[in-house]
Ligand binder design. Structure first.
Ligand code: A2P
Length: 268
């Protein structure tokens, strides 16, 4: 209701959810994760995003955030960048358990199972916080029913930026329920570009050279068997999309499923 007040002291605007932060984890000076309560009436499809804001102004600033948690989870999880002068993230990075976060009511997005035709293999190509929607997709049992193999790639500048994805996949593989699916079907392929690590290079270069497919022991991208979801910076989206098209894959949408889909995980 309009009477309700967030932690910022400003009234909660009409027509948005006001939720409570339950957990915050910082990974680097650029990345953190937070969890919050989920409204009972809120439904979404794995891979979708919502608009998030803070009750710290009369007219809050909202930004698109991919929901990182699966649709069966009773809480909502988000993985965020910290932008020093970002209108939202400069404040959002300081949230603590108990604080209020605003969320617009309608989720949306193209990185959903419905926008892809069935296939043998699902590639999820991500850079930076672009891994967030895939954190949801790889925790959705439906994805494991639709695809035999799930390949999640995550490329960051530095090694410690890969921690969120590595911890998530490791915990899934150990999970009593999910381990049975994620164990055999899910592969995480993490690379760095500006710090020495076991796997290095931009995903685009690894696709073009064929090293990605060699490392995974799979044939190169093929429209007959492979489906792709892409999430990262604008430049990365454009370049990976071009490689998909070159391999003969067509872009799909909610109302017209095809072989690949693209989303910008845009936060600033
Ligand atoms: P690089 O270090 O070579 O720029 P950012 O933090 O700038 O969003 O970048 C996240 C990761 O995405 C970095 O590892 C970066 O590599 C990589 N990257 C940036 N642009 C592209 C692109 N056009 N294609 C593929 N990867 C990219």
């Amino acid at each position: 209701s309009a009477q309700e007040r967030g932690t910022g002291g400003f009234p909660v605007p009409d027509g948005v959810f006001a939720e409570t932060v339950t957990e915050v984890q910082h990974y680097t000076d650029r990345l953190f994760r937070f969890r919050m309560t989920r409204p009972q009436s809120f439904r979404f499809r794995s891979g979708e995003f919502v608009m998030i804001g803070l009750p710290n102004a009369e007219k809050p600033v909202y930004r698109a955030y991919s929901i990182a948690s699966p649709s069966w989870d009773e809480e909502l999880e988000f993985f965020s960048i910290k932008v020093p002068d970002g209108p939202l993230t400069e404040h959002l990075q300081k949230v603590q358990p108990g604080d209020t976060i605003l969320m617009r009511k309608k989720p949306t997005g193209t990185l959903v199972n419905d926008a892809l035709l069935p296939g043998k293999r699902l590639y999820m190509f991500s850079t930076g916080t672009g891994i967030a929607p895939f954190a949801s997709v790889i925790r959705d049992p439906e994805t494991y029913e639709k695809f035999e193999e799930l390949i999640l790639t995550h490329t960051c500048r530095q090694v410690d930026e890969l921690t969120y994805g590595k911890e998530l996949v490791a915990s899934l593989k150990q999970d009593a329920v999910f381990g049975e699916l994620a164990g055999p079907q899910l592969t995480l392929y993490s690379t760095t570009t500006r710090e020495e690590s076991e796997q290095m290079g931009r995903i685009t270069d690894l696709m073009e050279s064929g090293k990605l497919y060699q490392d995974l022991g799979v044939p190169p991208l093929n429209p007959d068997t492979d489906r792709v979801m892409i999430c990262g910076s604008m430049a990365m989206l454009k370049d990976v999309k071009e490689l998909c098209e070159k391999a003969g894959l067509n872009e799909g949408a909610n109302n017209n499923p095809a072989e690949f889909v693209v989303e910008r995980a845009f936060v600033g």
